[in-house]
Design a protein around this ligand. Structure first.
Ligand SMILES: Cc1ncc(COP(=O)(O)O)c(C=O)c1O
Length: 390
């Protein structure tokens, strides 16, 4: 018997993270000490009261059934969080939908909105699920190049009219992954106007909303006038509260788009474990001063890695936000993949080749600062030694 993957699945390549994990395993087998800066999974713990809430609800034997959809307390907590953090009013029953992380939401959104023949504008480079979700849904992508000379903002006026006529959705993310740039309110205003003109649903991925450095402004897309008419914003507890493994997130904004996704998801999943939902409520209604401490920690890590790399002769751009550094590969190297793979084999440091995030990512690598400052300093030293040998 021949078991064949569907044509859509055949289009999906093996994830770069699987390849990097294999390379890492080989290096470990050889007895090397490996510092992994590849996956953006936070190493910091969730706040203690969040863990206490999770434990106490886990002991309640009545909380092990299907939850079907988000509990009302969760939607109210998201609405409270949006008001407190961004000054935005969000209707908890119509404008909030609970998700098993934004990954879940983004993938199911494409399936619920996109038909074959529809186009989706996606950032290039961009977080892989943007493109993959559209491929799975049978739609077509139009990559919007994010390049340094345009401050990593897409040039909306350059998108051909024949593409715009078929475009149903666009995805943007500021600050994003792997490009960590921030957008201004003026850019978001331009996006709202553009979306209205061409009838395009705007999806803003705001997963790193609370990891913004150097007192840069924190701008929710929904804070712009008219944004709720054209768009939705994904957010997550994964990075803000270090709850990535709990799998809980949410989307807020346009009630019609949220209703479509809610209907789709109601046919697929049976809800999130109740104790996790309550832990998320306790996180979202927390004392937000803890964010400052977290931001200082990441700023410090970023500074240590960047200055360590500079000492080793590799000047990389500063990162204004997120848990990543998006770095141009050193002079003399032409392939981000070759650079990353040789770095694992010879220096025991794992970074992600930029080409894995799209055509425009070639020439860059992404480093996640999800290691202690000591390890980051050690990684920078090893990279310096590696570069001296080449
Ligand atoms: C830009 C971006 N969006 C979404 C996600 C997915 O997050 P979640 O854990 O909420 O599914 C990630 C995870 O790394 C991310 O970097």
């Amino acid at each position: 018997m021949v078991i064949a993957a569907s044509k859509k699945t055949q289009k999906l390549a093996t994830s770069i993270f699987t390849e990097l994990a294999d390379k890492k395993r080989e290096a470990l087998k050889k007895g090397m000490d490996v510092i992994d800066l590849s996956v953006g999974s936070p190493d910091l713990p969730p706040p203690p009261h969040v863990i206490d809430t999770l434990i106490s609800y886990c002991k309640d034997t009545t909380k092990y059934g299907y939850t079907l959809k988000g509990i009302d307390e969760f939607n109210e907590a998201v609405s409270y969080f949006y008001k407190q953090r961004y000054g935005i009013d969000v209707n908890p029953s119509k404008e909030v939908l609970q998700l098993m992380g934004s990954q879940d939401g983004l993938s199911h959104l494409a399936m619920s909105i996109i038909d074959p023949g529809d186009y989706v504008l996606v950032p290039d480079p961009g977080y892989p699920i943007y493109e993959h979700s559209v491929m799975i849904a049978g739609g077509s992508i139009y990559p919007m190049p994010l390049v340094e000379e345009n401050h990593y903002l897409p040039q909306l006026h350059e998108i051909p009219l024949e593409v715009l006529r078929k475009t149903k959705m666009m995805i943007i993310s500021y600050p994003g992954n792997p490009v960590t740039a921030l957008a201004s309110k003026e850019f978001f205003e331009e996006v709202v106007e553009f979306a209205k003109k061409y009838n395009i649903l705007v999806v803003h991925d705001f997963a790193y909303s609370e990891l913004i450095f150097d007192d840069n402004p924190q701008i929710s897309f929904l804070s712009v006038e008219g944004a709720n008419e054209v768009g939705i914003e994904f957010n997550s507890l994964s990075k803000t509260f270090n709850m990535a493994g709990c799998r809980i997130g949410y989307v807020v904004g346009n009630a019609d788009a949220i209703n479509i996704l809610a209907t789709f998801k109601s046919n697929i999943d049976y809800g999130i474990f109740y104790p996790i939902q309550m832990a998320a409520v306790s996180a979202l209604t927390t004392d937000y001063s803890l964010f400052q401490e977290q931001v200082r920690e990441y700023e410090n890590r970023r500074n240590i890695l960047i200055s360590g790399l500079a000492q080793g002769g590799w000047e990389v751009a500063n990162s204004p936000a997120t848990m990543f550094i998006w770095a141009k590969i050193p002079c003399g190297w032409t392939s981000s993949r070759q650079f990353a793979f040789e770095l694992i084999e010879q220096a025991g440091v794992v970074v992600v080749p930029g080409a894995a995030f799209g055509k425009q990512g070639e020439g860059y690598v992404r480093m996640a600062i999800v290691q202690s400052s000591e390890n980051l300093a050690k990684a920078a030293e090893r990279i310096g030694e590696f570069l001296r040998k080449h």
